[in-house]
Write a protein that binds this ligand. Structure first.
Ligand code: ADE
Length: 223
């Protein structure tokens, strides 16, 4: 899978080169390229934004550098093109799984008050949001999206990092986890987990997940 991330702040993407996602890129399962939109501006001062027509606060990213950058990175329109935006479709496990099946993704990160609508229309971007709040830019949202989707690309997670028995699989939050030591600051691990009785452990985990989901996310139970 190839992911191109178009941004004015390529230095923000260091987290993608660490840990599990870093391992996926260095092993070749995924290729992530950050592309500096500013390199494509025709403005002699390197400007990529301007005041909004109609007035209002902030600056809007101009269409020319974005469209030229997209055409340079994806000349044959092979990529599914995503613009990170609070106006977009909400990221979810089903959407992350759907994105994980693509061979090519192109992700545009906006800044300031957004992006000139014509750039989005001309390039055919779909919009994705990571939550009902506004970030200062799309970079963190792009990293969240890439992390969430790459977990569903075969080979990215090792067998010990399963994407199945976790929160949101089956519309349930995950049961509590424990590791060594057995006793810590006077608190012991629930006895059932050291019983060696797998059916009982599974049942206990199901009950815990159900109680947690009912208490914290009754909306998920309804699904
Ligand atoms: N850019 C700014 N806020 C955002 C959000 N909530 N989701 C995706 N992109 C964004």
């Amino acid at each position: 899978m190839k992911i191109d991330i178009l941004t004015l702040f390529p230095d923000m993407f260091a987290p993608l080169y660490q840990s599990i996602i870093g391992r996926a890129t260095s092993s070749g399962i995924a290729e992530i390229n950050t592309v500096d939109i500013r390199k494509y501006t025709l403005d002699k001062h390197g400007k990529c934004d301007d005041v909004p027509y109609g007035g209002g606060a902030g600056m809007v990213m101009t269409p020319q550098p974005i469209v030229d950058c997209v055409n340079a990175v994806d000349p044959e329109s092979k990529a599914r093109r995503i613009y990170m935006s609070p106006k977009g479709k909400m990221l979810s496990v089903p959407l992350a799984k759907e994105l994980a099946k693509e061979d090519n993704l192109l992700i545009l990160c906006g800044h300031y008050e957004g992006v000139d609508q014509r750039a989005l229309d001309i390039c055919g971007f779909e919009e994705i949001s990571i939550g009902d709040y506004v970030l200062t830019g799309g970079e963190l949202a792009a990293m969240v999206t890439v992390d969430a989707l790459l977990r569903f690309v075969p080979g990215v997670l090792g067998s010990e990092e399963s994407a199945f028995d976790e929160s949101f699989s089956d519309n349930m939050l995950e049961y509590p986890q424990y590791t060594r030591p057995f006793e810590f600051m006077g608190r012991e691990v629930p006895d059932v987990l050291i019983s060696g009785h797998h059916a009982k452990i599974d049942e206990w985990r199901r009950e815990q997940a159900k109680a947690l989901t009912e208490a914290r996310r009754p909306d998920l139970m309804k699904k």
